[in-house]
Design a protein around this ligand. Structure first.
Ligand SMILES: *Cc1c(COP(=O)(O)O)cnc(C)c1O
Length: 370
């Protein structure tokens, strides 16, 4: 696009309309990059664009100006801290500008804790990891990968044994950018132990930019109950924030170490960037809140007790026919709303209550359609 507008050229409006047009068409051909384009909350949040929201500095310290969204930011951080099993008073974190900033931060933490440490990262790690090594002038070792893109643990073992005199800073990828491979944190921890690295001689940063939101629902691979140092995730990949952003979570004790080093600026400056986007925490917060199951409010309204994907109703003395009738008719009504567009389907509970009683699309018994 020409930077200078000529008087006889198209108007600003025309240029913008054409651009919007192109984007709208190209959305249908967006296959090769892991960006979630199902993001339809923009209309609700659009009015926020009239404000300059800046979350400069530590999210846990209030700014002197009001134009920030740190309350939203902390809510988002709390959500991820809970997901990755670290207590509220034990963690520190912030909403970053993306996966790269999280990696730069996590690896810096490792380097500050273990200044002599060697950075180990698999050859399928994101390029920002090797950029960090160059920026921080760290020695690094590139670990081989298997064909599926996962770290080759025997190569890791060999390289750890070669460098036993120096601490290890390990980048673990939870979802490699190209092949989506997941390095196994447990095997890596086991390998460190076997090679004689005690917990004070290694630091693990998990680059979970791509799959950090999926793995917790499959297994508890990422958990701060294990001796890991930091986890970073992208906000615009799986979660689908329309602007680049990410989340970084680490242990509070580590950040104290980092921030005391820069006390001379009279503030806790523990983030990589200075000014930080105050809009993205609100988009993330909104997106997390909306991704709660649609039936959550129904469960709250009728005070149902739930186990896995099931809820039950107990008919005790005092429960009237009328209450039950109301409950059933609301349930029928709500199910129409929940499942109307075909994007959401009833969960499969066949294993728990028998296939013949399950209403999921696979077992498909439409037992309450009127
Ligand atoms: C995308 C990605 C990154 C970088 O994230 P940006 O938000 O583009 O900075 C880092 N690591 C992995 C594994 C990624 O997939």
């Amino acid at each position: 696009m020409e930077p200078g507008l000529k008087n006889d050229g198209p108007s600003l409006d025309t240029i913008l309309v054409n651009y919007l047009d192109t984007l709208t068409q190209r959305v249908n051909y967006h296959l090769g990059y892991p960006v979630n384009i199902c993001y339809d909350h923009y209309a609700t949040l659009a009015p926020l664009l009239q404000f300059h929201l800046n979350n400069c500095g530590d999210p846990f310290l209030q700014n002197t100006v009001d134009f920030h969204s740190k309350d939203f930011e902390v809510a988002v951080l709390d959500w991820f801290a809970q997901l990755w099993e670290i207590e509220k008073d034990q963690y520190w974190g912030y909403v970053t500008n993306g996966g790269t900033e999280g990696n730069l931060h996590g690896i810096l933490l490792g380097r500050e804790l273990l200044p002599e440490g060697i950075l180990y990262a698999s050859k399928d790690s994101h390029y920002s990891v090797f950029k960090a090594a160059r920026m921080y002038r760290m020695d690094s070792e590139t670990i081989k990968t298997s064909v599926n893109g996962e770290m080759d643990y025997s190569d890791l073992r060999a390289k750890l044994l070669q460098n036993k005199d120096k601490p290890a800073i390990i980048n673990v990828t939870i979802g490699t950018t190209f092949k989506g491979a997941i390095d196994n944190v447990d095997v890596i921890l086991e390998t460190l132990k076997d090679c004689g690295y005690s917990q004070d001689r290694f630091y693990i940063h998990c680059d979970a930019a791509l799959c950090g939101l999926m793995t917790p629902f499959i297994n508890n691979m990422i958990s701060f109950k294990k001796p890991i140092g930091s986890v970073t995730i992208s906000g615009h990949k799986f979660l689908g924030c329309p602007m680049p952003c990410g989340v970084q979570i680490t242990r509070k004790s580590y950040i104290n170490n980092l921030s005391t080093n820069v006390e001379y600026i009279a503030s806790v400056d523990a983030t990589i960037s200075g000014s930080r986007n105050g809009l993205t925490p609100i988009f993330l917060w909104y997106s997390l809140a909306c991704k709660r199951p649609r039936d959550h409010e129904f469960v709250r309204r009728w005070q149902l007790s739930c186990v896995k994907d099931m809820a039950h109703v107990i008919v005790m003395p005092g429960i009237t026919r009328e209450m039950l009738d109301n409950f059933i008719s609301e349930l029928v009504q709500q199910r129409k709303v929940w499942y109307q567009n075909g994007k959401t389907n009833p969960p499969c509970v066949g294993e728990d209550i028998g296939a013949q009683n399950c209403a999921c699309s696979y077992h498909k018994i439409d037992y309450i359609s009127p």
